[in-house]
Design a protein around this ligand. Structure first.
Ligand code: PEP
Ligand code: MN
Length: 369
């Protein structure tokens, strides 16, 4: 896929701001006037609101579309809203909405995305695709592909985090790697970070915005409301236009690259060492897996189960203790242990189930895994 940019390539970060929901005409206009001199690229307001539970405010509906038209006329800002059905697309086309966005609860459903793509075919309206509520990378890319196949080329993506159960600092956990993977697979796709829906609360917006900057997102989507505490939806995460201005000016924009010879020389030296370590790590892991396979043969021979909980617990605890002393984060160590364990189990499963010994055990080191 080859995308055309929605936003001005010379201006970074792209800023999308506005209320979670359009509530009243004056609330929409007050927000837009509060934002118009703060360098935003797109004014957002949800007209149809997919709420998790019934009874919450489900959006003002099509009667709010003329308010967005007024925002355009009075401020010159471009406007965007969420579309979730073909009917929404047709209504937005009537009112000259500049950009559409597809929400997380819609991206998750290929029927809905296809319906929107079909309704948009033949238009040249740019569309921004939020990640699905669940961390399914292919579903996100699949939604983008459906729009692309309908002939739309002005496509961007929004990372808004993923639903989670239980305690978390975030309303929607970021799982940053998925956005990074998207940027890597599609270098010309603009990827925006919706920090409001990731955080779900005001106090961590700034640090999360800085994190998004550091990961080189193209821009931010932030919910802004004239009186956030009184907002009809997502009150806890919205900020005033003034707070928005302060937040944006507090961010440090880091360069993607530099031609400074000192920088290049020191980075180059360190990178060479990192490459050597990476090579060594792969080599060591391959050797470890060779041993794991040897144990697989012994277990198979003696009819012993693959998973040995006590051995694993002792091994994992020893790793955790060593890692703790070496500035490795708890989360990383857990991920590492899980990956190592899973690979070990699947290597042994192959031996147990396929039966044929294809690799002769070549090491005389023994380990109980
Ligand atoms: C929104 O942007 O207000 C919204 C409903 O977002 P999401 O689809 O990310 O939940
Ligand atoms: Mn919202």
């Amino acid at each position: 896929m080859k995308f055309q940019p929605i936003f001005n390539a010379q201006k970074r970060p792209v800023l999308i701001a506005g209320p979670c929901s359009a509530e009243t005409e004056s609330q929409v206009l007050t927000t837009a006037h509060g934002l118009k001199d703060l360098g935003i690229d797109l004014f957002r307001a949800g007209i149809w609101k997919p709420r998790t539970r019934p009874g919450a405010f489900e959006g003002i509906g099509a009667q709010g579309l003329p308010w967005l038209k007024r925002v355009k006329q009075e401020t010159g800002l471009k406007v965007t809203t969420e579309v979730a059905t073909a009917q929404h697309v047709y209504e937005c086309l009537k009112y000259g909405i500049d950009v559409f966005w597809i929400g997380a609860r819609t991206t998750v459903n290929p029927f809905s995305v296809q319906e929107i793509a079909d309704a948009m075919a033949g238009t040249d309206i740019p569309v921004i695709v939020k990640n699905p509520v669940n961390p399914d990378y292919k579903l996100w890319v699949g939604a983008i592909e459906r729009l692309y196949k309908a002939g739309i080329r002005n496509i961007a993506a929004i990372h808004r985090g993923f639903s989670t159960y239980g305690d978390s600092k975030y309303r929607n956990v970021p799982r940053w790697q998925m956005a990074i993977d998207l940027m890597q697979e599609f270098p010309d796709l603009e990827v925006i970070c919706d920090i409001s829906h990731i955080c779900g609360r005001r106090d961590i917006l700034a640090e999360t915005a800085q994190k998004a900057f550091d990961l080189n997102f193209d821009g931010l989507m932030i919910e802004v409301h004239p009186t956030p505490d009184e907002a009809w939806s997502d009150a806890a995460q919205q900020i005033t236009p003034v707070q928005f201005g302060e937040l944006v000016s507090s961010l440090i924009r880091r360069d993607i690259n530099s031609n400074d010879p000192d920088y290049l020389a020191s980075v180059e030296t360190i990178r060479r060492q990192i490459d050597d370590f990476d090579e060594e790590i792969i080599h060591l892991i391959a050797q470890r897996m060779q041993l794991v396979r040897e144990i697989g043969y012994v277990k198979k021979d003696k009819n012993i189960a693959i998973f040995q909980p006590e051995r694993w617990r002792a091994l994992a605890d020893a790793c955790r203790r060593r890692a703790e002393k070496r500035e490795l984060s708890h989360d990383f160590v857990e991920l590492f242990l899980e990956a190592i364990h899973q690979e070990g189990i699947s290597q042994q499963e192959r031996i147990m189930n396929d039966g044929v010994q294809t690799t002769a055990p070549s090491s005389d080191l023994w380990e109980h895994d």
